[in-house]
Write a protein of this length. Structure first.
Length: 448
């Protein structure tokens, strides 16, 4: 990682600035004679949880003055009526002028701000080059076509980043964001025989893991999660290498540690890659630093309990005929049982019913069953959906014991529908699986 200039080391540390009074002088142009908003709002965009909301009155002429104490660089959303605009605030720029056309997302002008000038230029070419790079990566074209194209695109992109860094060296955009995006020198890039592999190996090299101010703007998240997404398509060995890289990082700020551990955890739950998720959880829980993030530690332990290979946790429910039924009884009667947590008010749940019905009817004679638990109190609508859709599997409305942890919490249900697949012995086969993956998984389990 290249050394930063000494004055930048001071300028971009978390406590580099005492809170500075900053004033936004705003003017709302209203050429279309729309109703003026009574107030404008300024909301921070923070990945670290340092969220704030400020506001100012708008006078009859569309003018306002918004005062804000700022102690570090950051990205903000300025809400004017129904539109929000992106504004960068800096302790080095105590007075800026913001003019916008009411109702038009594209028409905003920010004066007296090198920070916003730099950020506007950066966003324009960043959007173009990153879209072209991703299109090339996912094009399916042969290597000898992709490699030279990526080399050209990254080369041009890096040159644009270099120019912004040169023209705006004392801005957060120029000295932090653009530096973070330029993960290699032009010379190093020119020597590569496999640009895609090189990018995957070095994409995070220019991130300053000790600088939490990066969490006050979305480029850090975009950069990190683009990398995480790219390795989700690679081998388990590649993922292990990535985790080893994370574990070897030195001087990582706690806010950044908390951010990236949570992001990877959430991502691999959402994409249903349980092997990588289990490995990541195991490695994280073995790291003593997770003790400093107790909420995340608790959540990881809860997910660990319901990953494949673990035994079922009992679910109790009441059927339409008032009979009490349990998941354990269902498991004993079938080779495969699918537990479904759902709610009648959930649109995705209702939309999934036809496909679940098709799968159920296809495999029920082979020993496949569904135990569907309504986790809401919507009893009348629940019964109507069952009747209208001819849902013939086991349907229950969840029964909760106030003295015990309820089933959705035990299975770490964060959205509906949530599916959990079990074998006859009650072992979890899949905890994170979508309806679109279910048919293939059942065929695999039945060896069809």
């Amino acid at each position: 990682m290249k050394k930063a200039f000494s004055f930048l080391l001071f300028a971009f540390s978390l406590h580099a600035f005492n809170a500075q009074g900053l004033t936004i002088y705003g003017e709302i142009l209203n050429n279309n004679n729309l109703p003026l908003p009574a107030r404008v709002y300024l909301k921070s965009v923070s990945l670290s949880g340092n969220n704030s909301l400020d506001s100012a009155d708008v006078n009859v002429f569309g003018a306002y003055t918004l005062n804000k104490n700022v102690n570090q660089y950051g990205q903000y959303y300025l809400f004017v009526g129904k539109i929000n605009y992106t504004v960068m605030l800096s302790p080095n720029e105590p007075n800026i002028k913001v003019t916008n056309e009411l109702g038009d997302k594209q028409k905003i002008w920010i004066e007296n701000s090198a920070e916003n000038d730099a950020y506007k230029i950066y966003k324009e070419f960043k959007g173009y080059y990153e879209a072209q790079i991703m299109a090339s990566v996912h094009s399916g074209l042969p290597f000898d076509t992709i490699h030279p194209r990526l080399k050209v695109l990254f080369g041009e992109y890096f040159e644009q980043l270099k120019q912004v860094r040169g023209f705006y060296p004392n801005t957060f955009t120029g000295s932090v964001i653009c530096k973070m995006k330029q993960f290699a020198s032009a010379d190093a890039l020119s020597k590569q025989n496999n640009t895609l592999q090189f990018a995957r190996e070095h994409y995070l090299d220019s991130i300053d893991w000790s600088n939490p101010v990066q969490l006050e703007e979305l480029s850090f998240d975009e950069t990190f999660m683009a990398y995480v997404s790219s390795i989700s398509d690679t081998s388990f060995a590649s993922f292990q290498k990535f985790e080893t890289q994370l574990a070897s990082l030195k001087n990582v700020d706690l806010a950044i540690y908390k951010y990236y551990r949570r992001q990877v955890f959430n991502f691999f739950m959402l994409v249903h890659q349980e092997q990588k998720l289990e490995y990541f959880i195991r490695q994280t829980l073995a790291d003593n630093r997770i003790k400093e993030v107790p909420v995340l530690e608790t959540q990881m332990n809860e997910v660990k309990r319901v990953l494949p290979g673990n035994s079922y946790i009992e679910v109790n429910g009441r059927a339409i005929d008032k009979k009490l039924l349990t998941l354990s009884e269902e498991l004993k009667k079938n080779k495969l049982t699918l537990l479904v947590f759902w709610e009648p008010s959930c649109k995705h749940c209702r939309e999934s019913m036809p496909e679940l019905s098709r799968i159920y009817n296809t495999y029920k004679k082979k020993g496949f069953s569904i135990f569907a638990a309504n986790i809401s109190d919507e009893e009348a609508e629940w019964e109507k959906i069952i009747s209208d859709n001819h849902l013939e599997w086991t349907n229950v409305i969840l029964q909760r014991d106030p003295n015990k942890k309820d089933a959705p919490s035990s299975y770490f249900v964060i959205y509906t529908p949530t599916l959990v697949l079990f074998n006859k012995e009650g072992k979890i086969l899949r905890r994170f699986i979508g309806v679109n993956e279910l048919d293939r998984e059942i065929q695999k389990q039945f060896k069809l």
